[in-house]
Ligand binder design. Structure first.
Ligand code: ADP
Ligand code: MG
Length: 346
């Protein structure tokens, strides 16, 4: 059997690049741009700040942001055996499992988007993500057997997670084999947390980015609104397809071209359709969502990616979401923007 492996991990890659556009007639004075960053969640994070207040020390702020990311990762990383999420996944009792505020907030939003998207977004697909080789355990790229997919599917379903809003927040798993994977929402949450820290420090002009999920406020170093380039969804290429100006909001992108493997000429992406237990198969190459909350945008982007171009577009219209779809056609890429998204396009 011919097996072609072409897997690209989203380790240091991100789906969007920020561009500062300098118009020819621009004669505003240059403003000071401060760059912060590091590694987190198997990818990189970066923060750009225009006019950092003089009272704030750059390296201290970098340390504060990195420390916050450490806390989030210690809660939500399935790549760590001792994280809160891994302990919950390993726990197979029927009692309530107390969880931290961060974790609870993300679970609650994950379940809201799961309900809203009729299960297209489902954080219990973890066992299938792992079975297909896109999880923490590295296994050779291959298409699993129908039997294995069926077996894993029988232990999925977001309805099997119950949130208990007591004085100490807690979670109940009604199936002990439920395994939660927050990879499609945790980066967005972390972006929101970093943005909150910046605002708490009276920083009004920033761009926060983790693995392609972005939140913006204010102006760039050229005194203009930040502009984001939505990447052409081609593996190995990094060129801009479309420019978006989300103003005071967040933008998250889901794509099929960064993390996948190929077998017999078929591409298997890391986005799993929770109804089939298999990677999505339609012609949607990427979806970008603008929302006030990066956590919400991140989850919705994955939900829309699962829904595909037709159902996704009708869902986005019905929910009045700002979405840019990039669809593969015989003549290249076709972009479709919903009305609320048109407002942000350059
Ligand atoms: P993308 O940028 O393509 O959305 P993310 O890293 O944000 O990538 O999310 C993809 C990850 O989400 C997968 O690697 C997997 O762990 C998880 N995932 C896959 N399918 C689903 C789904 N239907 N619902 C929720 N999470 C999913
Ligand atoms: Mg995502």
């Amino acid at each position: 059997m011919f097996l072609q492996t072409n897997r690209i991990r989203s380790v240091t890659l991100f789906a969007l690049v920020a561009l500062s556009i300098l118009s020819a007639c621009d004669n505003k004075p240059q403003q000071r741009l401060v760059l912060l960053g590091g590694d987190t969640m198997g990818t990189s994070w970066s923060v750009k700040i225009t006019d950092l207040p003089a009272s704030i020390e750059r390296s201290a702020l970098n340390t504060e942001l990195q420390a916050e990311l450490e806390i989030i990762n210690a809660g939500m990383s399935t790549y760590r055996d001792d994280s809160e999420i891994s302990r919950l996944n390993q726990y197979n009792g029927a009692d309530a499992f107390p969880v931290s505020e961060d974790f609870y907030t993300v679970l609650k939003e994950a379940l809201r988007v799961a309900e809203l998207s009729n299960g297209a977004f489902d954080i219990t697909v973890g066992p299938l993500v792992n079975l297909w080789g896109f999880g923490p355990v590295k296994i050779p790229d291959h298409v699993p057997s129908d039997k294995d997919i069926e077996e894993k599917l029988s232990h999925t379903g977001f309805n099997k997670i119950l949130l208990l809003e007591n004085e100490q927040h807690a979670v109940k798993k009604t199936d002990p084999d439920i395994y939660i994977d927050l990879s499609a929402i945790a980066k967005g949450y972390a972006v929101d947390r970093l943005a909150e820290i910046l605002e708490h420090n009276s920083i009004e002009n920033y761009m926060v980015e983790i693995g392609g999920e972005i939140r913006l406020r204010g102006i760039n170093d050229r005194g203009q609104a930040w502009v984001i380039a939505v990447e052409k969804p081609v593996a190995g290429e990094r060129s801009a397809l479309m420019l978006v100006q989300p103003k005071q909001a967040a933008i998250a992108t889901s794509g099929d071209y960064r993390n996948y493997f190929e077998e017999n000429g078929i591409r298997y992406s890391h986005t799993i359709d929770p109804t089939t237990g298999r990677p999505i198969t339609h012609h949607l190459a990427s979806v970008s969502v603008v929302s006030e909350s990066c956590m919400t945008a991140d989850a919705l982007a994955t939900a829309l990616m699962v829904m595909g171009p037709e159902h996704g577009l009708s869902f986005a219209k019905q929910q009045n979401l700002a979405v840019l779809f990039v669809v593969k056609t015989e003549n290249g890429f076709e972009t479709i923007a919903t009305d609320p998204m048109k407002f942000y396009l350059e």
